[in-house]
Design a binder for this molecule. Structure first.
Ligand code: ADP
Ligand code: MG
Length: 607
């Protein structure tokens, strides 16, 4: 009887399975555990995590590492996933042209057009004309209201821009109400003597005119060329309660196109396929689909994508201690996305959503130094350590412990850094692939589309449903269900959209509608895992026909997701493929497949 530990070092998680193998080869599974992977997968930094996971699993059966007869490490495919994103164009407005924000208390309703004038100069301007008055904080709301009322006898004041948070106080004292935008911190930057429009939407509404480039063009009499330049301005104002757009003198707006660059896909017979990033993700993916095997992908030197691909190669070269020339990109997943970019020239942190292409890439080197880890670990724990078995094969073995499965069987391992697939047939033949793009890529895409920098929060938004706190005693879930509370909720949640993790309610401190969050979340998951499920299955399917795959078991951390398995099933059921989340050894759910497979492969029972 021997005690064997299977260890699967993943990009995100290190998983362990402990099993007893008796003399006849019968396996009795005893325990399992997991910890976050320490350091980059395939480096000796992983050892801390390995020991931690083993100790945790062995404690459960009152044993420790020295009781093991053998530790079996996964022979990790020498591939590393990385992600990056490139904006296609960027528009820069060199002068202050706009103020668009959502102060809590703008006042008035509608819009006004006029020439900007400082409140101190109200009595020195040409009579009979339309003006927008600019009011710095030094002027009190009472003074401001008095001056506007007086000046209105000889000029038409159409709107106001206020530094202080006093729009309502000013408007209440005016004989004729005007739209007022307040809390404009950089008031001294508002140019004077130029045309401007102030718009304030009614309560619960968003602005209509300044978020439409043609309306801005109409208001300012712009020609077609000039209209083109106000598009980013209009875009960044969409969804605001109030806004100001100021016309800049000609020649101060420039559009700078950042060269996104091109990809060069190289095939084993030295064919080179060229594709421009700005043709969009779909074009890139269409091209790669037709290529049976990618030898390497290069990025155009001197462009963003060139830099990005080189960085990935450098990292792996460093990691594996190999020259950079030996490192090749074997797969990419390109996705069209949006990034929020600050608009230069804005006065209140305005951002515009720019089109971007995000890329996840799979970098391959000759071999990951797993042997090095094995040797070091063996020295430290004084137990025999073996690098045993290809990860995908082990995952398939483990997946077979899911009740109801039979050969031939395909697995999709939805991890953090890559989507792996393997197919094992009745004769023990295994085919496997590792594709770029997985859970980590989803988190990155969601972060950029939602404009939330806190990755930990985005990770939770990915994993759990959201709800809107409508009162202190009830919330409305994203599926419409209403949950009531006996005790009042903490007032900090009031009116917010929250993530309902299994431990707590996390407020999302950002003005995004719940529906929008749900939409972005599902779209991104689909773009990554539905696309990858199909790509992966095609590559392992007999005769490249996905219909030749009867059953698919989903394993890996992202198979725990509350909607990813359904999204994949929805798509694959259209072609008659059965897909389900694995349940390794009836108890682990989709986790622990590789570690379990490693124990099962002990003693050469399975190759
Ligand atoms: P690896 O094998 O690369 O270490 P894992 O199989 O551990 O990866 O999967 C890690 C991924 O699974 C991460 O992207 C993580 O966000 C995701 N994940 C983990 N738990 C859940 C969950 N409950 N719901 C959705 N995704 C999850
Ligand atoms: Mg894994």
């Amino acid at each position: 009887m021997v005690l064997v530990g299977g260890v699967d070092i993943g990009n995100s998680t290190t998983e362990v399975c402990i099993g007893q193998v008796d003399d006849s080869g019968k396996i009795h599974f005893c325990s399992s555990a997991m910890t976050p992977t320490t350091g980059t997968k395939g480096t000796i930094h992983n050892i801390v995590g390995i020991k931690d996971a083993l100790t945790k699993a062995l404690e459960k059966i009152q044993k420790d590492i020295s009781d093991l007869d053998e530790i079996r490490l996964n022979e990790a495919a020498p591939v590393i996933g990385d992600t990056a994103m490139e904006t296609i164009t960027e528009t820069i407005i060199t002068e202050s042209t706009m103020i668009g924000h959502n102060p809590y208390t703008p006042s008035g309703e509608g819009f006004g057009l006029g020439t900007t004038v400082c409140i101190k100069d109200l009595f020195n301007v040409e009579p009979g004309k339309d003006y927008i008055v600019v009011i710095p904080r030094v002027v009190t709301y009472e003074e401001a209201a008095f001056l506007i009322n007086e000046a209105s006898k000889r000029i038409n004041i159409q709107g106001a821009i206020l530094e202080a948070d006093e729009a309502v106080l000013v408007n209440n004292r005016l004989n004729r109400k005007i739209p007022i935008v307040d809390e404009v911190k950089l008031i001294e930057k508002v140019p004077l003597g130029v045309e401007a429009v102030v718009e304030v939407a009614g309560q619960g509404k968003t602005i209509r005119y300044l978020s439409n480039p043609y309306e801005i063009a109409t208001l300012f009499n712009l020609d077609a060329e000039e209209t083109k330049y106000v598009v980013p301005v209009a875009k960044s104002l969409i969804g605001n309660r109030s806004a100001v757009v100021i016309r800049t003198p000609k020649g101060q707006v420039e559009e700078r196109i950042i060269k996104a660059g091109a990809l060069e896909i190289i095939t084993p017979n030295h064919q080179m396929i060229h594709v421009d990033i700005d043709e969009g993700a779909e074009k890139i993916m269409d091209l790669t689909k037709e290529i049976e095997e990618i030898k390497d992908i290069k990025g155009e030197p001197g462009t963003n994508v060139g830099g990005m691909l080189n960085r990935m190669k450098e990292d792996l070269a460093h990691l594996t201690d190999r020259p950079m020339e030996e490192i090749c990109i074997k797969d990419i997943l390109a996705v069209d996305t949006l990034v929020s970019n600050p608009v230069e020239g804005g006065l209140a942190g305005e951002v515009s959503l720019e089109k971007a292409v995000a890329i996840a890439a799979m970098v391959k080197a000759e071999q990951l130094p797993m042997e090095k880890i094995a040797k070091k670990l063996e020295e430290e724990v004084k137990v025999k350590v073996k690098v045993a078995g290809v990860e995908a094969v082990m995952a398939t073995l483990g997946a077979m412990t899911t009740p109801g499965t039979k050969l031939p069987l395909a697995i999709l391992d939805l991890g953090g850094g890559s989507t792996d697939a393997a197919l094992i047939d009745e004769d023990g033949w295994v085919r496997s692939v590792h594709l770029a793009g997985a859970g980590g890529f989803i988190t990155m895409l969601m972060a950029s589309e939602l404009g939330i920098e806190d990755r930990t929060l985005v990770e939770e938004i990915k994993k759990y449903p959201v709800a809107k706190v409508e009162s202190l005693f009830h919330i409305r879930m994203e599926n419409g269900e209403v949950i009531f509370y006996k005790e009042p909720l903490n007032p900090k949640y009031f009116g917010k959209v929250v993530v309902l993790t299994d431990k707590e309610m996390l407020p999302i401190e950002k003005n995004i509608a719940m529906e929008k969050i749900v939409e972005i979340r599902r779209q991104v998951k689909k773009k990554v895992f539905v696309t990858n499920a199909i790509r992966a299955l095609k590559k392992i399917a007999p005769f490249s026909n996905i219909k030749n795959i009867p059953n698919v078991v989903l394993v890996g951390g992202s198979a725990l997701d509350f909607e990813i398995p359904d999204l994949i099933l929805e798509e694959l059921s259209k072609i008659g493929i059965i897909v389900g989340r694995g349940n390794i050894r009836r108890i682990e759910g989709p986790r622990n497949a590789v570690a379990t497979g490693l124990v099962m492969s002990y003693g050469g029972l399975v190759k």
